[in-house]
Design a binder for this molecule. Structure first.
Ligand code: AHR
Length: 506
C-alpha cells in the first residue's frame, strides 16, 4: 500500500520574485581530467568536426540549452599562463599542471574554447589567474579577446586566424583565492587589493565587461563570511557579482539529511546577500551587488579513486563521479534554490559539464551517455525560463542530523508569460510516502495540464552507464485540474516537473 502525505501551495501571477536571468543555467569546463581532452575535444573521434570537437557532445550541450560556460578553471587557473594556449598548436608548451598534477599539452586554449562555445550557442565566462599572475596578464587577455584590432594582442589574435573579437563579457577575478589548496592563495586583504586593481585595468581596456569577485570556496570555510565582507570593501566599486561555490555529498549514507542540504545552500545565499548589502550600506553605494553561484553540484563519489591516480598523465580520469538517482533529486532541489533566489542570483554554473563531475559522460574513442543529474538540469534549463514566482507552501516537515524543519515538499515556480506556461518544479523528499499536493492556481484558471514529468526509482542508488539508462524520466497521469485547483501526486523520493499552458480559445 502507498502511504500519502498532503501539502498545499498557493500560486499567483502577482507573487513575483524576479525575471530569471537565463545565465543561472550556466555550466563549467575546466582544463582538467577528460573534460576537454576526450570530452569536448577529440580530433580522432568518429564524430569530430573539422576543429576536432566531438559533435555527439555538442548535440547534448545544445539540447541542455546551456547559456554560459565558465573556463578555463577552477583550481588549474591559479597557475595557468593563458599565452601557452594560443598560436600554432605544434609550438605550444607542454606543462606540469600543478593543481591536478597532470600533463597539459595546451592543444586547446582560449581561441579554441571560444570557437567551441559559439558552436554550442553559449557565451564564455572567462577567468583570469590571480594566483601566480595579476594585472598585466589579465589586461592583455582582455585585449587579446575583445579588442577589434590595431594593437599588439588583438593583431596577434587575428594572426592566429580569429579575425573577429571573441566578445567575452563576463570575467571571473581568479578562482577560490581563499582556499589553502590554491596556488598563490591570498588573504582577504591581499586578494581584495589585487582583484580591485586588476578589475580597474580590465574595465579600462573594455568598459563593457561584467566582473565577478571571488567569494568563499564554500559555506563551510572558516573565513566565511568575513572573506566576503573584507574583499568587497576593495572590489565593490569594480565588480558586478560575487561568486559562491558549493558541493554536497552523501558521505554518511543518510539520504534524508543529504536531501536537506539545500537548506544550507539557501542560508549560504542569504548570508552572502546580506553581506553584500551591508557593504553597500557602509559605502553609501547605489549599486546592488548580485551573486554568481558559479560552481555547484554533488561531488564525493570519485574522491577516494582520485587519490590513486598517477601524476603527470595526460587527460587522466579524474573527478569522474558516477551519479545516483538520489543525487539527481538533490540537483533538482539545488536548481529550485537558485530559482527561488533569482532576484539576486543572476548567474550560476553547474560544475562541471562533461566527464568531470558532469551530467554528460563520454568514452574516449567511444559513445556518450547521460547521468541521472542530466535530467533535472535539462528540464529546468529548458522550461524554467521567465519569471520566478514566490508561492505559499504548507508542507509536512522533518528533522535530520544537521537540519530542522525540512519541508518534504521542495519547489520552485516559473511563469513564462511569453509562452503562456506555468511550470512547477518539485522534489518530494519523503523516502516512503507520496505527497498529494493541492495547488491553488487562482490566477491561472484558464490553464490546462500539459504534462507531469517524473524522475523516480525504487533504488536510491540506481545509476546509468554507457549500456543502460536506468534512471530516466517518464510522464505520469494522476495529476489533474479541477475548480481552479491543481492536484499533483508526487511519488515518494521523486523529482517532478508539472507544466501547465493557457487554453487556446477556439
Ligand atoms: O570543479 C572542481 C573544482 O572545485 C574546481 O577546480 C575548484 O574551483 C573547486 O574547488
Amino acid at each position: 500500500m502507498t502511504n500519502t502525505n498532503k501539502a498545499k501551495m498557493i500560486i499567483d501571477k502577482s507573487f513575483k520574485i524576479a525575471e530569471i536571468d537565463r545565465r543561472i543555467y550556466g555550466s563549467f569546463i575546466e582544463q582538467l581530467g577528460r573534460a576537454v581532452y576526450g570530452g569536448i575535444y577529440e580530433p580522432s573521434h568518429p564524430t569530430a568536426d573539422e576543429d576536432g570537437f566531438r559533435q555527439d557532445v555538442m548535440e547534448l550541450v545544445k539540447e541542455m540549452q546551456v547559456p554560459i560556460i565558465r573556463y578555463p578553471g577552477g583550481n588549474m587557473l591559479s597557475a595557468y599562463n593563458w599565452e601557452d594556449g594560443i598560436g600554432p598548436k605544434e609550438s605550444r608548451p607542454r606543462r606540469l599542471e600543478l593543481a591536478w598534477r597532470s600533463l597539459e599539452t595546451n592543444e586547446v586554449g582560449t581561441d579554441e574554447f571560444a570557437a567551441w562555445a559559439k558552436k554550442v550557442n553559449a557565451e564564455v565566462m572567462m577567468a583570469v589567474n590571480l594566483g601566480t599572475r595579476g594585472i598585466d596578464a589579465a589586461r592583455n587577455l582582455v585585449e587579446y579577446c575583445n579588442h577589434p584590432g590595431g594593437t599588439y594582442w588583438s593583431d596577434l589574435r587575428k594572426e592566429h586566424g580569429y579575425h573577429d573579437p571573441h566578445g567575452i563579457k563576463v570575467w571571473c577575478l581568479g578562482n577560490e583565492m581563499d582556499g589553502p589548496w590554491q596556488i598563490g592563495m591570498k588573504t582577504a586583504y591581499e586578494y581584495g587589493r589585487l582583484a580591485a586593481e586588476t578589475a580597474k585595468a580590465m574595465k579600462l581596456a573594455d568598459p563593457s565587461l561584467e566582473l565577478v569577485s571571488c567569494g568563499s570556496s564554500g559555506s563551510g570555510m572558516a573565513t566565511f563570511p568575513q572573506w566576503e565582507a573584507e574583499t568587497l570593501e576593495h572590489t565593490y566599486e569594480y565588480a558586478d557579482y560575487i561568486s559562491l561555490h558549493q558541493y554536497y555529498g552523501n558521505r554518511d549514507n543518510d539520504t534524508a539529511n543529504y536531501l536537506a542540504s539545500t537548506l544550507d545552500m539557501d542560508n549560504f545565499i542569504k548570508t552572502v546577500t546580506a553581506t553584500c548589502d551591508y557593504i553597500k550600506a557602509k559605502k553609501r553605494s547605489k549599486k546592488t551587488m548580485n551573486l554568481s553561484f558559479d560552481e555547484w553540484n554533488v561531488w564525493f563519489h570519485s574522491n577516494d579513486q582520485d587519490k590513486k591516480v598517477d601524476p603527470w598523465s595526460f587527460a587522466p580520469s579524474l573527478l569522474e563521479d558516477i551519479y545516483t538517482f538520489e543525487d539527481a533529486l538533490l540537483v533538482g532541489s539545488m536548481l529550485n534554490t537558485l530559482l527561488k533566489h533569482s532576484d539576486r542570483v543572476k548567474m550560476a554554473c553547474m560544475a562541471q559539464l562533461v566527464n568531470v563531475i558532469a551530467p554528460i559522460m563520454t568514452e574516449t574513442g567511444g559513445g556518450i551517455w547521460k547521468q541521472p543529474i542530466f535530467y533535472p538540469y535539462y528540464y529546468t534549463s529548458v522550461y524554467g525560463r521567465g519569471t520566478a514566482l514566490h508561492s505559499i507552501v504548507d508542507s509536512p516537515k522533518y528533522d535530520s542530523k544537521d537540519f530542522t524543519d525540512v519541508p518534504y515538499l521542495d519547489q520552485a515556480v516559473v511563469f513564462n508569460e511569453e509562452n503562456e506556461e506555468l511550470v512547477i518544479f518539485a522534489v518530494n523528499r519523503h523516502l516512503e510516502n507520496q505527497l498529494l499536493t493541492e495547488v491553488d492556481i487562482r490566477s491561472f484558471e484558464d490553464y490546462q495540464l500539459v504534462e507531469h514529468v517524473v524522475l523516480e526509482n525504487d533504488n536510491l542508488k540506481a545509476q546509468n552507464s554507457i549500456n543502460e539508462q536506468i534512471v530516466k524520466p517518464h510522464t505520469r497521469s494522476e495529476s489533474f485540474i479541477e475548480n481552479g485547483s491543481l492536484t499533483a501526486v508526487l511519488p515518494k523520493a521523486s523529482w517532478n516537473m508539472v507544466r501547465l499552458k493557457k487554453l487556446k480559445q477556439s
